[in-house]
Design a protein around this ligand. Structure first.
Ligand code: MIC
Ligand code: SF4
Length: 649
């Protein structure tokens, strides 16, 4: 297995979540299989539980019916955030899981190879076919020392982000080993593997060792434990060393997770919101430590402090041990068990507000307000900040009492009651289950194959680091539109370039030009589906983030790179670009692009593997799969709903 080459992996488990999965199950329906082909698939209803109107409940009813129909578990609203529940109740060392969410690597905390992909990839994985992956480079992160009290494993991943940057992890798997790794409990490890997504990594993983055995035993699942340690003579492509004892509280400053500085050097500005929440950093120990910092204090009068815990079992353990009481006494507002504010579903900061969060992303607009600033910290720092109202560390509040935080560990037994999981039905019963589609559930649009001649205008000239939050902003309202592309596409790029949707719609076919790291952030394939619906045929960028690149390919948008990055400067919005013999040039992986407006030309290159090339030439993954299934003589599902792009009057 050579880095950069195609490899194919057998996927054991898949996960999907409510704000993405409607498209995934619509695709699965269209593929034509009547039941999943993986051992375990779970559909989590966890991100958008606000139900501001009929749309999200419509989605949830459809997802529950699709799960019953196809043999998938449902984790009901209130059970917890997908990654936390999956790790606790389904994950096993040595398995491979694929999830339609960028933070799926959370599962790496117990020695699973857990990879985040787009929804169409999950639909494909659910069929049971081996999944294509670019063989990554493997980086060993050797941890020594011990975290000091008041210093969280969040500091490890923030330190990594500082070293590696938001795109430095592209094409890499980070394997954490060493005595420092052995000293971390599973949820602490999960904070690190979860947020490895922010480096653009394929995934991150810890060994399955004694702490993993303890964790699975606490979940009543000792039998799922298998020891998996790195070989003595394991070779790595790179090595990074971090001494945990030397770490101090850190903060990732607005607007990128790699803008990391020591918390003590952060400017003392008034903070308006503190959010202790998300899948990244709300384990039992995380929240208990935050509660100990807050004990005997009260949330600053200028701060709104909320807490959203990652799972029902964690919430119950914290309640039993009195930590929820401490939070409530301190004036913390307890939220529902869901993603919520982490992806702009509620708790938007005020105008020009500063929000301090324990979550993993701080892109502009991530919290629903593009003029607010988000700073990412540990739960201990978040709690101290809630008291003072400016960025503060736990040590500044607790002084010589900081050592009490060292006494907090994960419970020896969690409540492993699975009554909020709906198990799959036996095949015979499942076949009779109808798929329930309310009016919010529209069709999955699929583009045509690449045209012989692409003659199209530039509908967007983007800067570096455009995130999927820029392309398809999130909020309770916008996230509830994800099953309805004709509606949602009207809001494409709404905060980054409010005229984009109208412009692209009017142009018919168009091209997006962008800088480095295009499409960083979440796995939401809507960042490809909405542009495709608006007629975008290709993206020419300096570089493209891994998951988004896969989504573009799957949805028939051709991803291309400037051969010479300076050529980016010679293109303007609305320039007319022309590519002759497009499919043939795609096959040659080097495309001559004529700028008709400027009377210049430049080359764009493609880095497609042979398997990806076929998908692109077939017009996306769904057409490709259906073609393959037709060749095999197996059912190919319903007719594809094509988009016929026509310029609007
Ligand atoms: C996120 O954290 O941005 C999300 C919301 O979980 C996304 C998924 C999505 O946007 O649908 C992710 O990380 O992939
Ligand atoms: Fe949910 Fe936030 Fe985790 Fe994404 S990062 S899965 S939105 S809690």
């Amino acid at each position: 297995m050579k880095p950069g080459e195609d490899i194919f992996v057998h996927v054991d488990q898949t996960l999907t979540h409510d704000i993405n999965a409607v498209m995934t199950y619509l695709a699965f329906e269209q593929i034509g299989m009547d039941r999943i082909g993986v051992d375990t698939a779970v559909s989590y209803l966890d991100h958008n539980l606000l139900y501001i109107d009929y749309k999200t409940p419509d989605d949830h009813i459809y997802l529950q019916s699709a799960a019953k129909r196809f043999g998938v578990y449902v984790s009901r609203p209130g059970n917890g955030i997908c990654h936390a529940v999956h790790l606790a109740r389904f994950g096993k060392p040595g398995l491979i899981s694929m999830g339609g969410d960028s933070h799926t690597p959370h599962g790496g905390a117990i020695g699973m190879l857990a990879i985040g992909v787009g929804g169409m990839d999950v639909a494909t994985a659910m069929t049971g076919v081996p999944m294509r992956l670019t063989m990554p480079r493997v980086v060993n992160v050797y941890l020594t020392g011990h975290l000091r009290p008041g210093v969280n494993s969040k500091e490890v991943i923030l330190q990594m982000l500082k070293k590696v940057s938001i795109k430095g992890g592209l094409g890499k798997v980070y394997e954490y080993t060493g005595p420092g790794a052995a000293s971390l409990e599973v949820p602490q490890r999960a904070t690190i593997t979860n947020m490895g997504a922010e480096m653009g990594a394929t995934t991150s993983i810890f060994p399955a060792d004694e702490p993993v055995r303890r964790y699975l035993t606490a979940q009543g699942r000792t039998e799922d434990y298998t020891e998996l340690l790195p070989d003595e003579d394991a070779e790595y492509d790179e090595r990074i060393e971090i001494n945990l004892s030397e770490l101090q509280p850190l903060v990732a400053c607005h607007p990128q997770p790699d803008r990391v500085i020591p918390a003590c050097e952060a400017p003392k500005q008034q903070v308006s919101q503190v959010f202790n929440g998300s899948c990244t950093n709300t384990s039992y120990a995380d929240v208990a430590k935050a509660a100990l910092v807050l004990r005997g204090h009260h949330v600053n009068e200028n701060v709104q402090c909320t807490c959203g815990i990652c799972s029902r079992q964690t919430y119950k353990a914290l309640m039993k041990d009195g930590y929820i009481d401490m939070l409530i006494d301190a004036g913390v507002r307890m939220l529902e068990i869901s993603c919520g504010p982490c992806c702009a579903i509620g708790q938007t900061p005020p105008t020009n507000g500063i929000a301090v969060r324990t979550s993993n992303r701080n892109f502009k607009g991530r919290a629903g307000n593009p003029n607010a600033k988000i700073y990412l910290v540990s739960p201990e720092t978040a709690a101290a900040t809630a008291i003072r109202g400016t960025l503060t560390t736990a040590e500044e509040i607790l002084g010589d009492q900081t050592g009490i935080l060292d006494g907090i560990h994960e419970p020896e037994v969690y409540d492993s009651n699975d009554n909020m999981l709906i198990p799959p039905l036996p095949r015979k019963e499942a076949e009779k289950v109808p798929l329930v589609k309310g009016p919010n559930i529209q069709y999955l649009p699929v583009p045509e194959k690449p045209d012989e001649v692409l003659d199209a205008k530039v509908s967007l000239k983007g800067t570096d680091n455009i995130s999927t939050d820029d392309i398809t902003p999130a909020s309770a309202e916008l996230s509830s539109m994800r099953a309805n592309i004709p509606l949602m596409s009207r809001y494409c790029y709404m905060r980054y370039d409010p005229k984009f949707a109208e412009r692209a719609g009017k142009l018919g076919h168009s091209i997006i030009v962008a800088g480095e790291n295009y499409g960083q952030g979440s796995s939401r394939e809507h960042a490809a589906i909405n542009p495709v619906y608006l007629g975008v045929s290709c993206v020419i960028a300096k570089s493209i983030a891994r998951i988004h690149r896969g989504n573009l390919i799957n949805h028939g948008i051709v991803p291309m790179y400037f051969e010479n990055k300076e050529d980016y400067d010679g293109i303007d919005l609305l320039d007319e670009l022309r590519i002759d013999n497009f499919p043939k040039q795609i096959m040659g992986k080097r495309v001559l692009v004529q700028n008709v407006t400027k009377n210049t030309s430049f080359y764009a290159v493609l880095d497609l593997s042979p398997a990806e090339m076929e998908v692109v030439l077939d017009g996306g993954q769904l057409r490709h799969l259906k073609k393959q299934r037709k060749e095999l003589g197996v059912p190919t599902g319903a007719e594809i709903q094509e988009i016929h792009v026509k310029p609007q009057a």
